[in-house]
Design a protein around this ligand. Structure first.
Ligand SMILES: C[S@@+](CC[C@H](N)C(=O)[O-])C[C@H]1O[C@@H](n2cnc3c(N)ncnc32)[C@H](O)[C@@H]1O
Length: 387
């Protein structure tokens, strides 16, 4: 079947995550920057659960005519069949880059009424694209209902049905419902933590793997890794309070999500020193958002000396990790960068005199920049591999 992976707000990072975990999906094509169309026979629900950066997975409706009238009738018939178990037909429409389909929802509703005497409700939206919340709350996943997305790929129109959707309420629970959060110390969004873990994990099976976050803060990476089923999860931080918060987060996750098989170890440690606590060559992966520098006031930038101190901390950390990482092990970091004027930290200095090289995240792109509209400091996502 043909699936469409709909990426979230950072589409390049989402694509890198998808292709790291599922390299056999590399021959797909990108449409409208955030829709990736590819042949795939895995279950959409299962795929979606594996990923942090994919918001929806759609299944292309086969064999639709390119003549608009025939397409509408075909889709009306398709929606009727998909919702056959329900007395009422509920459906919605999202229009991505095909404005000529603006009236398609009402046209499909009329066609359904002509084809059947079942009652029908078209979920109207002010925006051309239905939000995840609307799709979930209105139940627009078969057999309860259907969401059809119209996409234009060169000159061809694709109609695809939503097959799986990210559980926005679960993510928000993991972000805001977790104890030990400390926004002042800097919090990594849980979805980004999962993406970073997947960039490190690749095709390996988490159950057999050990992961380490040497700047664990309140434990976002550790919690996500535990939820992904990693066998061993290690974390450390220079602050005792952060160690306690991370432990609390892990106990919470264990209880909330019934994780019994993960082995945890969280301890106080300065990441720039060698980690005596961790056995040599015992760690497969590191995923970490390190200390990003002091919080900045409006209009303020880090001084050149402060930037150099960060470069030196990261370089010492990577050297200290050398002993504990297995050969071939991967480290994924989110390093800070200045958004305006754009200035990245010198990566060659960060990895100077280490046994690590940069492992490109996408064939055409070594590292990926992650930023939100209002942020002065962005994140440069970097993957390193141990020689
Ligand atoms: C950006 S926060 C990490 C946030 C974490 N990823 C989370 O979401 O909770 C950086 C952490 O690095 C810690 N830190 C700063 N310098 C350190 C060092 N030299 N060694 C270890 N931890 C350090 C801080 O205490 C802080 O908890």
């Amino acid at each position: 079947m043909k699936l469409v992976f709909q990426f979230g707000s950072q589409p390049e990072l989402s694509r890198a995550e998808l292709l790291s975990r599922f390299p056999k999906l590399a021959n797909g094509r990108l449409v409208a920057a955030r829709f990736y169309i590819v042949d795939c026979d895995e279950s959409p629900e299962w795929l979606l659960q594996q990923l942090g950066g994919v918001v929806k997975i759609l299944e292309v409706v086969d064999g639709i005519s390119q003549k608009p009238d025939e397409m509408i009738v075909h889709l009306a018939d398709h929606i009727l069949k998909q919702t056959i178990e329900k007395p009422k037909v509920v459906f919605g429409v999202s229009i991505i880059n095909a404005p000529e389909f603006k009236g398609a929802g009402l046209a499909i509703k009329r066609a359904i009424q002509e084809l059947s005497d079942r009652s029908v409700r078209f979920v109207v939206s002010r925006d051309p694209e239905l939000s995840s919340a609307t799709v979930t709350l209105e139940g627009l996943i078969a057999p309860r209902g259907v969401e059809i997305t119209f996409l234009k790929d060169s000159s061809q129109i694709i109609a695809a049905q939503t097959a799986a959707i990210q559980a926005f309420d679960e993510w928000s629970f993991r972000d805001y419902g977790r104890p030990g959060r400390d926004a002042k110390r800097g919090m990594l969004p849980p979805k980004l933590a999962k993406i970073m873990i997947n960039l490190a994990l690749g095709t390996a099976e988490p159950e057999k793997m050990a992961i380490y976050d040497p700047f664990c803060g309140s434990g976002t990476v550790l919690t996500e890794a535990a939820l992904m089923g990693f066998g061993r999860v290690f974390g450390s931080d220079i602050l005792k309070q952060a160690v306690d918060d991370s432990k609390e987060s892990l106990v919470w996750a264990k209880k909330q999500f019934g994780l019994d098989d993960t082995e945890f170890d969280v301890f106080k440690h300065d990441a720039s020193q060698s980690a005596q606590h961790v056995k040599p060559a015992s760690i497969d992966f590191v995923a970490s958002e390190p200390f990003l520098g002091r919080p900045l006031k409006k209009g303020e930038q880090l001084s050149p000396v402060e930037k150099q101190q960060l470069v030196s901390l990261y370089n010492k950390t990577i050297r200290a990790l050398d002993g504990v990482i297995k050969p071939g092990g991967r480290l994924v970091f989110s390093f800070p960068f200045q958004v305006a004027p754009r200035e990245l930290l010198p990566l060659h200095e960060i990895i100077a005199d280490t046994n690590f090289t940069v492992d490109p995240l996408l064939p055409e792109q070594k590292t990926i920049l992650y930023m939100r509209a209002d942020q002065r400091t962005g994140r440069q996502i970097v993957r390193l591999v141990r020689k």
